[in-house]
Design a protein around this ligand. Sequence first.
Ligand code: NIG
Ligand code: FE
Length: 423
Amino acid sequence: MKIDLLIHNAKQLITCASPNGAKRGQAMRDVGLISNGAVAVSDGEIVAVGPAADLRADYIARETVDAGGKVVCPGFVDPHTHAVYAGDRAAEFEMRIQGASYMEIMNAGGGIVSTMKAVRAASVEQLAAETRPRLDAMLALGTTTVEIKTGYGLDTASELKMLQAIAELDRTHPADIIPTFLGAHATPPEYKNNPDGYIDLVINKMLPAAAEWYRHSSFVACHSPFFCDVFCEANVFDRAQSKRALEAGLKLGLAPKIHADEFENLGGVSLAVELKAVSADHLDVTPPAEIEALAASNTVGVVLPAVNFNLGSAHFANARAMIDAGVALALATDINPGSAPCPSMPLVMALAARYQRLLPAEALNASTINAAHALGLGDRLGSLEVGKQADFLIVNAPDYRHLAYQFGVNLVDRVFKRGRGIL
Ligand code: NIG
Ligand code: FE
């Protein structure tokens, strides 16, 4: 049979295959390794995966790529980012080194609101231009699909401007981008001390405008989902406010996501489970009962260890207990100018291995197939299985475990998106 592309001579072909939904428990230790494997691709989709000898006999390829005895694995999916922003917060970084906490800086009018000011002052073109190098860095580090949240506009026009920048980047950048509306990220100065009034604005004006934008966007044509997120946290939005915003999103067809339990437990995970959210993210202080509830649900738990690391904290989400309880666990960078200026999924895997005791296999499944499920895209992305989008990497290592084992180095040698070598 004739095909477009055959990748062969992968010493380890890592499929992360999981035909029946996200991986949980023991399955997270299995990366679906095929020794001396090959992948056959046609029309941007995977048509066969297996031992190189079999595929070489079965297929005639227009292009053949020798993986050179390296590792071939799925492209990483980064399911939680705030990659679109303007400016930086290097000054806050210095303040934290000198003892100020992330929440103190935020409550004093810095933090998210300081980035809001820079974003409100920027044009769509400026936002896209500032973000593009970040996406380039992420792609070079192996990330082929990126979720990006709004949440630095905090008024209707500025949130729409962020959505337009996200659409422009999706159109012009090789990475696939999935948009999330995060109007309820912080209370802007106009609504100071009136978070309920701001949530009313989110529900009555911003969400309908965002849903209308989506209906006319290019994301509909390519069947990309559109999510609604909220920062459920002490001094930000409480559980009731978060619930109101997420339910309003649901009514407009936006599936819920939630920032929960980053600093204080407000019951955000139980809310996520109640609303059948696609994911619940952060989970740094989630109590055991809510970990159990998450494990019994289809909501993916997304942990973000680059945040803890960046905030100089020794406390990390108890991802080990989550996996052992049966949570479908994913990893993400959370790249943003405040809590995680980090584009690298391999660094996140390295942190998860050391501070959260994930095995390299668990970290890799959490960055691929389970991360795709955290975007509701587990049937299309995140593993090397027949029928899936041909997004994969050639990794310059003899063994997939090096992805978490080595750090401070980029092992990603080549990046293929829809069967095309783009790097
Ligand atoms: O996921 N926690 C809230 N939002 C982001 C941080 C955004 C920022 O500090 O600019 C997060 O960590
Ligand atoms: Fe976040």
